[in-house]
Structures are given as C-alpha cells and as structure tokens.
Write a protein that binds this ligand. Structure first.
Ligand code: HPA
Ligand code: ZN
Length: 347
C-alpha cells in the first residue's frame, strides 16, 4: 500500500483528492435528503399545508439540540410525500448529488412506516424509490440499492406488519435497518422481526451508539446479528467492544456533520473518526440526512478533514472502507476497490 504525503506542496491538494476520490455512501436516509425547496414544491403539488411560509423560515428551524429535536422536524417534512412520483423525485435529486460527489455505489435507507401511517401505500414508496435507483444505474452509472428501516419508537408488532407489507417487493431492497429515537428503544426490542429478516436472506444493519450506550451496539451485534453498525461512535467508551468491532471487521457508518448538528460532539475537531480509524476499525464517512445537517457526503469529508488531523492516508483508507463495508457483490467490490487504488496511484 502506498504512503501519501502532501507536506512538500505549497497548496493543500487534499480537498480536491477527497472530492474526486471514488466512494460509496452507506448511511443516507432518503427522507433526510428532502431539501426545503422540494418540500415546498411537493406541498404545493399535493395541496398539503405546512406550518412555514418560506424556504428560509423552514431552514431557520433546522437548529437541533439532540436526535429527537431533529426527528420531529424530519417526520413533518416527509408529510409532503404522497405519490409514487414524489418518492422518485426525492431519490433522483439525491442521486444527482451523489453522482456529483463521485459516489459510485450507495445503499439508501427509507422509512416506510413514516408513509404507510399516513395512508400512503408501501407499493408507491418502494416502486418510486426503486425506479430512481434503476435510472441511476442506466443514466448516471451509479449503483444504488435500498435498505428498509424499521422505526424503533414504534412496536415490534408494527415492524412485523411492515415487513409483511413489504414482502411483495422483497426483490427491490437488499436489507433492513433500525432507526429513529434510540435511547429507551434498544435493539433487543426487535429481536423477532430481525430473526425473520435473516431467514429471508436480508442484510442486517442497525443504528446503535449514536446517542445510546455501548450496550446497544453489543445487542445490535449479538441479538440482531447486525453486519454493520450505523453511527457507533459511542463504542469508544468500551474497550472490549472496540476490540470486538476491530476483530470482526464490523463497519461503522459514521456521519460527522450529523453528529455535530445533533450535538453528539461539541465541535468537528473533537469528533472521534480519527480515533476509530487509528484503532483499526472499518469506519466510513456518510451524510445521514444531508438536507438537514448542512451537507452531502463530500461536505462531510471536506469539513471533517479541515477540522481534524486526518491525512491523505486516512482518505485512502476511508475510500477503501466505504466499498469494503458495502453489500456490493464480490466482483463489484473488487472493481470499486481497484478504482480507488488506481485513483490514489495517479496522484
Ligand atoms: N438517527 C436515528 N434515526 C434517524 C436518523 C439518525 O441519525 N436520521 C434519520 N432517522
Ligand atoms: Zn441515520
């Protein structure tokens, strides 16, 4: 493996390297990519009233103190999504941003319960999102797949019913995840529904250790059998857990700007991404809810590197990790990782 240093150059080329490097995005909630402009135009198209008079007023409301303060606004924003075309338009807007950020592969979370609870059918949600993913492959050359997330503030029974509703579209998503309000809703609350998902051959991921304790990361691993942990930044509080994550190469999908905006870390300079990487964990960089947290995946890379001591070597590791941690098949992974190596060999 090459060692990269730009210390001898008068201008720091690292931002351009970060922006241009091939990457995967593995932690993006599609409802969190809904920009205020699109919220307003969909509200108008669908005749839905929203309690804000302008895009600027809505954007001003994006001042969060913790996860719950964000989720309240995030669920309200999603209420403008009604028709299949709305889901397509939302996903397509994100996929264009992903393409611009040199994302070659993305695994997109969606929250069906946010929509089915309002009377929008599972069919409209999944088909609209999937059509955008299919168009991304043919029109943009971006590989895009879907992961269905269960809302953990709701019951396991509700999650089981949601899984049942999604069964006609089983081939249109590759896995399941667990999101929404973490504290008080540990992974083990969903043991049965995740066991059923494993029987169905679905990939398993779960948000854990965003605001919640290391115990939630342990139970995501040992009870749900999560293959990846979303966020997981609280794992540094538990040395045995860090050793387990490193030994089993369980990836963490880290979202620095999200952590900053939801006050998980007081500043980006204090973010522990570097510590996770230096401990040998398969950490990755992702945007989470880019319309709400001030940036897409390249903004996450650029701002985090600008604020911390991360180097070109870390950039290479993060790009490789993003593909290694993905659910792309082995030959696709090989091609992606070869593209990362070729990119870094050429700089
Ligand atoms: N955490 C939990 N649930 C979520 C998030 C998050 O960061 N974003 C959207 N739903
Ligand atoms: Zn998330």
């Amino acid at each position: 493996m090459n060692n990269f240093s730009f210390d001898h150059l008068p201008v720091d080329p690292l931002p351009a390297v970060l922006a241009g490097m091939p990457k995967a995005e593995l932690h993006i909630h599609i409802e969190g990519s809904l920009e205020p402009e699109l919220i307003f135009s969909l509200a108008q198209r669908n005749g839905i009233a929203i309690p804000y008079t302008s895009v600027e007023e809505l954007r001003k409301a994006y001042a969060f103190s913790n996860l719950q303060s964000f989720l309240d606004i995030y669920y309200a924003g999603a209420s403008v999504l009604i028709r299949e075309q709305d889901f397509y338009d939302m996903a397509w807007a994100y996929l264009l941003k992903a393409k611009a950020d040199n994302v070659l592969h993305t695994e997109i979370f969606f929250d069906p319960q946010t929509h089915t609870a309002r009377g929008v059918s599972m069919e409209k949600v999944v088909k609209g999102l999937h059509r955008a993913c299919a168009d991304a492959r043919t029109q943009l050359g971006v590989s895009a797949t879907l992961i269905l997330c269960f809302l953990r503030h709701l019951s396991e029974k509700d999650a089981l019913e949601t899984l049942e509703q999604a069964m006609p579209y089983r081939d249109l998503f590759i896995g399941v995840g667990l999101d929404s309000s973490e504290v008080g809703h540990p992974p083990e609350k969903f043991a049965r529904v995740f066991a059923r998902c494993r029987e169905l051959g679905l990939h398993i991921v779960a948000h854990a250790g965003e605001e919640g304790p290391p115990a939630y990361v342990w139970s995501a691993l040992d009870v749900l059998h999560a293959e990846r942990i979303d966020h997981g930044v609280q794992s540094v509080k538990d040395a045995a857990l860090m050793a387990r994550l490193a030994k089993d190469r369980i990836p963490l999908t880290v979202c620095p700007l999200s952590n900053l905006k939801l006050c998980v870390f007081p500043t980006l300079a204090q973010h522990n991404l570097g510590a996770l990487l230096d401990a040998g964990l398969v950490a990755t960089v992702n945007s989470d809810d880019p319309a709400y947290f001030g940036g897409y995946v390249n903004d996450n890379y650029l701002q985090t590197f600008a604020a911390t001591r991360l180097t070109a070597q870390h950039a290479y590791t993060l790009a490789r990790n993003s593909f290694e941690a993905s659910f792309a098949d082995a030959s696709q992974k090989r091609r992606f990782i070869d593209a990362v190596d070729a990119y870094f060999d050429a700089i």
